[in-house]
Design a protein around this ligand. Sequence first.
Ligand code: AMP
Ligand code: GLY
Length: 424
Amino acid sequence: MNVLLIGSGGREHAFAWKISQSKLVDKFYIAPGNPGTEQHGTNVKLNILNFDEVATFVKEHQVSMIVVGPEEPLVRGIYDYFKNHSELKFVKVIGPSKAGAQLEGSKDFAKQFMMRHQIPTATYQTFTKDTLYKGFQFLDTLKPPYVLKADGLAAGKGVLILNNVDEAKRELAVMLSEAKFGDAGNKVVIEEFMKGVECSVFVLTDGKNYKILPTAKDYKRVGEGDTGLNTGGMGAVSPVPFADDVFLKKVEERIIKPTISGLEKEQIVYKGFIYVGLMNVNGDPKVVEYNCRMGDPETQVVLPRIKSDLIELFETLETQTLDTKSIEIDPHACVTVVMVSGGYPGNYQKNKVIHGLDEVKESIVFHAGTRREDNRLLTAGGRVCCITSLGDDMHEALKKSYQNIQHIYFDDFYYRRDIGFDLR
Ligand code: AMP
Ligand code: GLY
C-alpha cells in the first residue's frame, strides 16, 4: 500500500523511521517532510492545510492511507474531508474526525466532555467577553496560582499560570477584551491549579477498542532544573518510573475507558491517537489536557519502544478491529535530548551549518528544524534535532545521547544537560 505522512517535525521523522520499517508499505511519501524524513521515503511539497491539494496528490499516487502528525489539519477536518469525498472516501485517515479533534481544538469542549463522563480533572468555569465580571468573581473564589487557558489552538502558548489575583484578572481582561490570542481566546477556561508531577499516556484507538502505548515525560522548560520559558519540549524519556502498574491501572479505569466509551456514546468518530496529559496528584491521575495527536518530542521516545508493525495496527482502525492485534513493547528505556538554536523559544537565527551527524553511533538523530541546501544541512527552526537512544535503563540511554551530542555542532547551539534529572 502507498502511505502519505503529513507533517515536518521531529515527531514526523520518528513516524517516518517507524513506518518505513513496515512490510506493508510500498511507496511512502511525506508532506512536506524534512531532510530526516527523506531518508525513509519521498518528500513532497504540499500545503497540508489545503485539502484539495492533498487530495489531488493522493489520487495521482494511489495513496490508501494518510497518517496525520500535527493537530491543525485534524482540527480543520482533514478526516471528514476525505470521508465525504466521492472518490477518496476509502482512503484511511489516521486521526480523529473534526468532532473528535475538538478534544484538543477547544479546551471548553474537552472540559465539558470530561464532566459528562466523570473523568477526573481540575474544576473549572468558562468565560467570554460578556461574562468577564463573572470571571473576576470566580477568580476571587480560587486560591493561587491561577490557571487561565485560551479555548482554541494557540501553538502551546495559550496557557497562563499566575500567582497574583490582580494579575490574573488583568490577563483575563486582555485575553477576552483585547483578543490576545485572537479567535482562540474568545473563550477562556479558568481552572483550579493541580499540584503534582506530570506525565503523558498515549492511546491508539479505533473508537471502540484501544491500546495503551508506552508512557513518556517531556521537559517543557528551556532551562535546566525546569526553569525559564515554556518550549515545545527540550527532551523526553520513556518509560516514566512513577507511572507504575498501580498508577496506570487508575489511568486506564478512571480516564482511558470513560474517554473511549464517551466518544462512542456521543458517536464521535475517532481513529487515531489520544495524548492524555496527566497530573499525578498524590497518586491519583487527573487530566491536564487532551491532544488529538502524538506529542513532540514524546513520539521520538515512544515509537522506538514499539516493536509491532505500526501500519498493521493502523489498518485495523477503519474496521474497529484493533482488539485482534497485540502490541509488543520493548522493555528498554528510550530518551531524547533536543538540540535547539540559541535564543529559542525567543528569537533565534536560522541557516547555521550542522556538522557531525555522520559521527553519531548508537543513537538516532531525528531531524526537527533542518533543511538541505546544496548538499549542506542547515538549521531551519528553534528545535533542530533530537538525539535519541535506547538503553537498559534511562541512565544508559542518556549517556549515549549525551556522548553523541559531543560530535554535533552548529553555531550557537544549546541543549539541556539534565534531561531525566527529576526521575533519577
Ligand atoms: P496545557 O496546554 O493545557 O497542557 O497546559 C500547559 C501546561 O500548563 C501543562 O503542561 C501544565 O504544566 C500546566 N497546567 C495546565 N493546567 C494546569 C493545572 N490545572 N494545574 C497545574 N498546571 C497546569
Ligand atoms: N510535547 C508536548 C506536545 O507535543 O504537545
